[in-house]
Design a protein around this ligand. Structure first.
Ligand SMILES: *[C@@H]1O[C@H](CO)[C@@H](O)[C@H](O)[C@H]1NC(C)=O
Ligand SMILES: *[C@@H]1O[C@H](CO)[C@@H](O)[C@H](O)[C@H]1NC(C)=O
Ligand SMILES: *[C@@H]1O[C@H](CO)[C@@H](O)[C@H](O)[C@H]1NC(C)=O
Ligand SMILES: *[C@@H]1O[C@H](CO)[C@@H](O)[C@H](O)[C@H]1NC(C)=O
Ligand SMILES: *[C@@H]1O[C@H](CO)[C@@H](O)[C@H](O)[C@H]1NC(C)=O
Length: 828
């Protein structure tokens, strides 16, 4: 009777304080919490938890939340669901807290604490005792069969890979793919997720790190359903197949307590230290590979402060009610609540892992004990809600009854470490200011960033206009968001020629060039093309077409004298070299001794040929009529870059639509990309496909779609170039290829919402910035084509010879050129 009065007083006091506290910050109050579980077993345990809290509801007072369990199949799925607010919380390994925080804005709000108040695990390498006698230092880890819990786990993957990169001679073979790097180092191993999309974005990982896994195909192999998944799975893998397993310091003892492995002695195993020594399983403080934070409970950062606070209070109460461990605020009240470190070590030295009484045993002088009567209240209240199962183990036969639900116990559900780690003893609240993955990870974040370091640290992209620079900076941000390496750096130079000079000098690394600039860059600056754009032909090529208005039947390709013409730019393939070579070689235009600018100026009335009056591109006499149709204002006028409105393929088309041009030369995709409402700009709004026609070389006209039979030739697509010649560095070039490959995997999609970055599209009002908008993908140019002449091919070299008579270096080109000059001479 007296007791129940005490209860009533206590409950009342608690209610009062809580209600009071909440009054200040709670505008709206959340009433539910959806827990995302990662397996069927977790789901069962979670459901049991809901039953338990429902029964003990009175003990939660104000902090009660209606808990429901939502089952997913992996941590990644849970992260996804929480990000989309289909669930609210889940527990995650520190490695996954990083992923969730970095990519999905989830934040840790509670952390698990281990025996002794520790908040960290040691990452350990476990081997079978006496095995691997020839392994004397970490370099000998090469070609071993290794059991990892899963790719991305902090103690089980990131710490060991990082350590082996630093000390074990593991070389980075792919700056953006840890799995490839690891696969080239180890023998057949098991690392769950090594073939999942997340760690295999390009889809070309070897299956070497799945071969040791034992799950059933399909679906169960090398996934979270694999028997070798998780720390416990990696342990099993070590027993059955592997040479080494990377585990947490607690894993082995945890596993040896399970019915399945209880007959195995801890002496069966030993730790492999970083210096090659061996140590007993319990000497993990001296023999570990790194320290990582204990698991965290995460929620979405979109949850309000008051929601998070409620989650914390609720979870804290769950921790208090359903664990034998300590309370969070104990450590805060002078840190004496936890067993002292010495005490803890004593216990582990006694190897008392199995000793239930060792856990949570309190000193009677513990200030917390004497001070807090709530605990007493708790045990009595719980007594009445659990009927059987007297506590026999401690030999007493008092009225103390065991709680049936325990959050840090999972045995009865058939798997260890469900919802929480079984080695945890308490849940602690993470204060609001510390609710970020960086603060939670602390120094352990260096492991994570460390394994992403790349031998080539940066890639400088050279662009030629402000708009391209803006896009480059957006791309840089996007790549950084995914931690892709090398780091993209953006540099704006005043012209393509200027970019070529900078790349040759090593002040920039790559640029994306039209075939004409690939030629100039290769011939004069030793640049080499290594990746090319691919448009709708499936090959890195496009057709050069001449386009006129449908309602202007007088314009035909065989007689353009006196017409207004629109060109993509001086010395570009589609806008200049191909059409000019065509007119000159057919004798329609006088070549003026290979001065093609003069030839054009004498023949056409007005034109827009961006760059035609720039002395970088036209060393001869400038002809103003070559820029008459151009549209750029002030310094932008007739510039050979995206600041001139009529520059490039789309610019040339715009010049035809609104700028007074009779004919425009461009690539075959441009009209289709710009008509029928595909562009929102006012000049393109009313332009329809049918309003335009292709001009064929025989003087006839064709529909825009008939580019395959009505064109001026086929050109190699725009290409990404880098340094060749004496400063060629294959490591660098491969790192660039790697970066661009991953970049397009993430940002190469066409259908994107306005908020995400897309490599192959340009903001409204702009077109073809850096990459052509028509680009579907970037393709690696085979090594034997990584020379300007080999890449561009004989057609281009021939056309180029005709327009500027510059002697190309290639023998093939030369002979072709001679042939053509021959036929030209004959014609004239
Ligand atoms: C807890 O879960 C187990 C296994 O699913 C089940 O057998 C048991 O009845 C549950 N206990 C309670 C109290 O719901
Ligand atoms: C808890 O939530 C579930 C699902 O939202 C609902 O069906 C149930 O009635 C709620 N229980 C309480 C006590 O509010
Ligand atoms: C990989 O393991 C297999 C089987 O254990 C072994 O025969 C082979 O020699 C190992 N490969 C290397 C490169 O050590
Ligand atoms: C222990 O508890 C049982 C069941 O309540 C009772 O029958 C028994 O007499 C008790 N033994 C002692 C020594 O108190
Ligand atoms: C190539 O570049 C890498 C990274 O920038 C550098 O470490 C390496 O020494 C270079 N190799 C040569 C042969 O210059």
């Amino acid at each position: 009777m007296a007791r129940s009065l005490v209860f009533a007083a206590l409950v009342g006091a608690l209610c009062f304080t809580l209600a009071n506290a909440q009054h200040h910050y709670d505008e709206h109050k959340t009433t539910r919490m959806v827990w995302c579980t990662k397996s069927q077993e977790e789901q069962y345990k979670c459901q049991n938890l809901t039953v338990a809290i429902e029964r003990d509801r009175a003990l939660f007072d104000e902090v009660f939340l209606n808990l429901t369990c939502f089952m997913a199949y992996s941590a990644d799925e849970c992260i996804h669901h929480i990000d989309r607010e289909k669930a609210h919380i889940t527990t995650l390994d520190a490695g996954d807290v990083f992923t969730a925080g970095r990519y999905n804005s989830l934040i840790p709000i509670m952390q698990e604490k281990l025996e002794g108040g520790f908040a960290d695990y040691q990452s350990v390498a476990v081997i079978k005792k006496g095995s691997l006698p020839d392994l004397n230092n970490l370099r000998d880890m090469r070609n071993k069969r290794v059991c990892f819990p899963w790719v991305g786990s902090l103690a089980g993957w990131i710490v060991p890979i990082h350590t082996l990169q630093r000390e074990g001679g593991m070389e980075v073979v792919d700056c953006n793919n840890q799995v490839k790097t690891a696969a080239s180092y180890f023998n057949n191993s098991c690392a769950v997720y090594s073939l999942s999309d997340k760690y295999n974005p390009i889809g070309d990982n070897s299956d070497k790190l799945c071969t040791l896994c034992t799950g059933k195909i399909p679906g169960g192999r090398c996934s979270s359903a694999d028997p070798y998944f998780g720390y416990e799975g990696a342990f099993k893998c070590l027993l059955e197949k592997g040479d080494v397993a990377f585990l947490r310091h607690s894993t082995v003892n945890e596993m040896l307590q399970t019915t399945e492995f209880k007959n195995i002695s801890p002496d069966t195993f030993e730790l492999l230290c970083r210096d090659g020594r061996r140590a007993s399983i319990n000497d993990y403080r001296q023999c570990n590979w790194g320290q990582v934070p204990a698991d965290a409970i995460v929620t979405s950062s979109a949850r309000s402060f008051s929601d998070r606070k409620q989650y914390q209070q609720f979870l804290k109460r769950i921790g208090e009610l359903y664990s034998d461990g300590t309370r969070d605020d104990q450590s805060r009240l002078g840190g004496q609540g936890f067993n002292s470190r010495n005490n803890y070590n004593e216990q582990s030295n006694r190897n008392s892992f199995n000793d239930q009484n060792g856990y949570g045993q309190y000193d009677n002088n513990d200030p917390y004990r004497t001070q807090n009567q709530y605990d007493q209240y708790r045990s009595e209240r719980l007594d009445s809600s659990f009927s059987e199962e007297r506590n026999q183990q401690d030999g007493t036969n008092t009225s103390i009854l065991y709680e049936k639900f325990r959050i840090f116990e999972s045995k009865r559900y058939g798997k260890p470490n469900l919802l929480f780690q079984d080695s945890s003893r308490a849940l602690t609240v993470i204060p609001e200011d510390d609710q970020s993955f960086t603060k939670y990870l602390g120094p352990a974040i260096n492991f994570i960033y460390g394994i992403r370091e790349c031998p080539v640290s940066a890639m400088t992209l050279c662009v030629t206009s402000e708009n391209e620079l803006d896009k480059c900076i957006k791309m840089r941000t996007a790549l950084k968001a995914h931690l892709l390496k090398p780091e993209l750096i953006c540099k704006k130079m005043h012209s393509h020629i200027n970019c070529m000079q900078f790349i040759e000098a090593g002040k920039a690394d790559i640029s994306v060039f039209d075939a004409g600039d690939v030629y100039t860059g290769g011939l004069n600056y030793d640049l080499i093309p290594f990746m090319s754009e691919v448009y709708n032909l499936g090959e890195p090529e496009y057709y050069v077409v001449a386009v006129a208005k449908e309602d202007d039947p007088d314009t035909e390709l065989t007689y353009l004298k006196g017409k207004n013409t629109c060109h993509t730019g001086i010395n570009t393939a589609a806008g200049w070299t191909y059409p000019m070579a065509h007119f000159i070689s057919n004798g329609w235009i006088r070549p003026y001794g290979c001065d093609s600018v003069r030839a054009a100026a004498e023949y056409f009335t007005k034109s827009c040929v961006p760059g035609a009056i720039s002395n970088e591109y036209n060393t001869g006499v400038p002809y103003d009529s070559m820029c008459d149709l151009c549209h750029g204002t002030s310094y932008r006028y007739c510039r050979r870059d995206a600041s001139e409105d009529y520059y490039g393929h789309t610019g040339a088309f715009r010049c035809l639509v609104e700028g007074g041009g009779h004919v425009a030369f461009m690539k075959h995709t441009t009209v289709m990309e710009s008509t029928g409402g595909k562009r929102k700009e006012w000049w393109a709004r009313n332009a329809l496909n049918d309003d335009f026609e292709l001009l064929c070389t025989d003087g006839t006209r064709a529909e825009i779609q008939e580019y395959k039979r009505c064109n001026l030739g086929k050109v190699k697509a725009n290409a990404v170039v880098t340094r060749g010649g004496v400063n060629y560095n294959e490591t660098q070039m491969n790192a660039y290829i790697n970066l661009l490959t991953y970049a397009q995997q993430l940002y190469g999609r066409k259908e994107v919402d306005a908020f995400s970055f897309s490599m192959f599209s340009s903001p409204i009002g702009h077109y073809d910035l850096i990459f052509q908008d028509a680009t579907r993908q970037l393709q690696v140019i085979p090594p034997n084509k990584r020379r300007y002449d080999a890449y561009l091919g004989s057609d281009f070299m021939r056309a180029r010879r005709i327009t500027d008579c510059y002697s190309g270096a290639s023998q093939v080109a030369l002979s072709m050129g001679l042939l053509l000059v021959g036929s030209l001479v004959a014609m004239l």
